[in-house]
Design a protein around this ligand. Structure first.
Ligand code: HEC
Length: 189
């Protein structure tokens, strides 16, 4: 009874994608706007507003784990409005990104973050909703990525870790916050 309905919704979703998707560019940006920024975007935003010199130097010169970077970010929040406005989730997302990627060449192109990877790598076989509505532990995400359906997706181990970290914090988005045109595929799993 249920299948034809799901299928017809899925087909109309595919159809609306092919009509209004990449051709207009703007739709693509807008439709995914509900998915929270990843570390690359957060770092770009804070850099544009001006990073304190000592933090910028640390990012360019040293590595560190999540705790190290979370403390480094917290220490500069009071004096750096662009950092001060980041909420707890955003600060943790940025700390995970720094942990995965530092030291970072200040003039270089920033590596992709968890959100970039989800949008680039997780939409070719199923709708993104399957991913961003799941509330899971890091181990469970890594398990999914190492499952037979996913093991061939091209990522380094460090990237899979970063994607898992991003999804632990930022996935689990309630379905009513997902744009209606992205809901059909999510319901079919
Ligand atoms: C090569 C095709 C393919 C790509 C690319 C893909 N998936 Fe999947 N995914 C599947 C298939 C097939 C299923 C359903 C069968 C299963 O669960 O293994 C699935 C199901 C899922 C599920 C729900 C079932 C489960 O395992 O918990 C999640 C979550 C998921 N994928 C996450 C991801 C993420 C994250 C990415 C991007 C890193 C991704 N998928 C990219 C093929 C793919």
């Amino acid at each position: 009874m249920k299948t034809p309905v799901v299928l017809s919704i899925a087909l109309s979703t595919l159809f609306s994608f092919s009509v209004s998707g990449p051709a207009s560019g703007q739709d693509e940006d807008d439709i995914f706007a509900f998915i929270p920024a990843g570390g690359r975007t957060l770092l770009e935003t804070v850099r544009e507003a001006g990073l304190p010199q000592n933090l910028a130097a640390r990012i360019a010169e040293t590595g560190g784990d999540h705790t190290v970077w979370r403390e480094a970010l917290d220490a500069e929040k009071a004096g750096t409005p662009a950092l001060g406005v980041l909420d707890d989730w955003q600060t943790n997302t940025l700390a995970n990104y720094l942990a995965a990627n530092t030291p970072l060449d200040p003039g270089g192109v920033l590596p992709r973050d968890g959100r970039d990877m989800a949008l680039q790598l997780c939409q070719s076989c199923h709708i993104i909703t399957v991913v961003i509505t799941q509330d899971r532990t890091r181990e469970a995400w890594l398990g999914t990525m190492n499952s037979p359906s996913h093991v061939e997706i091209e990522t380094t181990e460090a990237e899979r870790g970063l994607l898992a970290d991003y999804l632990v914090i930022n996935a689990g988005i309630p379905i009513d916050l997902v744009p209606p045109e992205l809901r059909a595929g999510g319901a079919s799993y």
